[in-house]
Design a protein around this ligand. Sequence first.
Ligand SMILES: [Fe+2]
Length: 338
Amino acid sequence: MKTDELSIAPLDPARAALIEKNGGRILPLEPIGAEVHGINLTSDTPPPPDVVEALELEMANRGFVVFKNEKPLDVDDFLRASCLWGGKALHSTHGVHPATPGGNQHIFRLSNDRRIGIPGVGPQWHNDGSFIPATFSHSGYHIIRPAENGGGTYFAHQGAAYDALPEDRQEFWCRLSSVNSASGVVHPIVHVHPISGRRCIWLHLGMTGGVVEKLKDADGYRLLDADELTQLCHEYNDILNAGLEDGYAIGYEYQENDCLFIDNLTVAHRASPQAHLPVDEQGLRIMHRSTVRGVQDLSPGFDLPQYLNIDGPSPFGEGVWKGGGIGFRWEEGIPMQN
Ligand SMILES: [Fe+2]
């Protein structure tokens, strides 16, 4: 597909008007995302349901919204706001760093100082919760302390990225399913987004143990071999990175009190390399992440099961089949950590 056909839906004027009527303001970020002013997340009174729905639809279409808060949020404000979206409950599977306020199990505390938070997380493109069938519907990123010299998060719109693929790769990718290296959960590499209805691509570049191809003109399946999977991961990485030039990805730099929520089925993300630079170079960075329960399983097609035993022998013969840790390493020397 040609670049000029790529589309990120503009903000819906009726939804923008509704938010304004409720004392808020939503503005597009370019080329994806939106920022919201004037919606108070620190009060016990949540935004009304129609405003919540409007914001959730914008997240589905544009990938994320960032609340530009005038006052600092506390942990409870952030977690309560996380539960406005998707499955409307927290689903926390991560480790808890000793410096986490109150030892709260729902906060995944990240930092470039290992005494203050968990360092080095998420340097390659991924979606959160790729190791469970119903991957998180939304994730929240609350910046506690932005680093003086920057270090944000990259987000790429996976619907627009699908559209940017050449047609023959679209056809091929639609027949692929990934197998998570940690759990053996199987997800389609192309899925239809439950809200936007767009075809979106999906692949974890730091936790994939194998990729299964449904044969094109015959019954059955095969595994991609190491060369094919290396190529696939590079193509995936390239097509998401290309969004930074071609208008469907953004490098977002956090400002004080920012609280950002993504639709985890619309955008992939990765930490910027600067986010992991040492404190004396970059300044101290602290972020709290929350994860929201998924609404439905992201199930593979072609009669594939939701789980395969990635730690046992391959059920599909030869090819990459690698359980545990970061799974298949598609490029030597790059940081990979979950
Ligand atoms: Fe992540």
